[in-house]
Design a protein around this ligand. Sequence first.
Ligand code: NAP
Length: 446
Amino acid sequence: MERFREAILEGAPAEEIAAIPIPETYRAAFVKKDETEMFAGLASKEKDPRKSIHVDQVPVPELAPNECYVAVMASAINFNTVWTSIFEPLPTFGFLERLGSESIWGKRHDLPYHVVGSDASGVVVRAGSAVRNWKPGDRVVIHCNYVDDQDPSAHDDSMLANNQRIWGFESNFGGLADLTLVKANQLMAKPEHLSWEEAACNALCNSTSYRMLVSPNGARMKQGDVVLVWGATGGLGGYAVQYVLNGGGIPVGVVSNASKAKLLEALGCEAVIDRAEKGYRFWADEHTQDPSEWRRLGQDIRALVGEDPDIVFEHPGRQTMGASVFVAKRGGTVITCAATSGYMVEYDNRHLWMKLKSIRSSHFANYKEAWDANRLIRLGRIQPILSAVYPLEQTGEAATQLHLNLHEGKIGVLCLAPEEHLGISDPELRDKVGEDRITTFRRLGA
Ligand code: NAP
């Protein structure tokens, strides 16, 4: 991969990149099938991604006609890599076995190791014979919606496809590596005013937040809507707040410390709730919720913005769902895509039906939504929320930061890029958008 790295850094022409031989092995971050029991008996937070994520050479898989090899310059950590690394709620090898049973090409994925990672920026180095729109030398970012385009169920909203998967989580050969194997319909043009690591950190969380708030498939936010955003400086929340502000809404951001509150203010979010300072205890004990605490949150929201949220941007799950349903406005929507604190959620259904509220589910984004969300990044209307950068060798440490909620925004990972700040080829747009806006999380993050 060294030859690819040099050629990309030197800005070599496409023909030169296309002529470099594909190596037999590449460096990748992966978990091992024979280690899935290594954390048996431990509580979730005691499971240590630094022990389960390995970085070493693995064989390069064969290229299918509809796929590309991408030399990965940078990647990013997502929560799904945390789930894979702690083998919760299930080891991801089951996903790979199922994919392996579907086709000859699927079989390549069913291996005793799982190369993780669902975000990347880089350069296409080979395109399969059926790829029409991309060629070696193209600078790209990768979205993680992995669908079978020969399946009719994938042709309305591809997130409804029967065998829809998330690349690098439910498929192998993910982005935390020097090389990755992706379907051509996962590729999008790199935002050229951003560095490799700034470009790499967006696609998964940005597209997810876009679908949840902006797309007709989500909560259909409109101008003036009050939107309660949990984890408002986290991966999803950092983009959600920007979408609410861009769309003329009123974000109420919830965070858990003063430094995150400052970051939110820098993003332009005026209504901020520090949940640690407030000390909400939505669960009186493991089995019982305390509606008076839901009410206290509702009062705090009203004190800030004068009304209840039209939309609640929900992902913590068990800890917050009861409160989210309660505080949503009459007729409002709770849009949920996750359950970080537990997926067996509980809420008081009377508050849902009597006040005609809805709970709407969302999951990543279809290609068009991911493309539109990436377009907003390319136009400089949504900013990356990169707060920290690790080398690929320290993927386990980077995942631990996310696992223990020690981070803000997104954590980037340098793969072939030897250092930060490389890969910016539109400095004019960067100047126009403003260095400070692009680097808000990197400058102000803890
Ligand atoms: P993240 O960067 O860790 O941000 C989540 C934030 O939520 C945290 O920073 C934390 O912020 C807040 N939070 C965590 N536990 C909480 C709790 N018990 N109560 C209230 N707030 C809590 O993670 P992310 O990338 O935003 O992802 C969040 C979840 O969404 C994960 O479970 C992930 O797997 C899932 N996800 C799903 C999709 C999808 O397509 N379905 C896509 C992306 C992510 P504070 O401590 O500051 O409050």
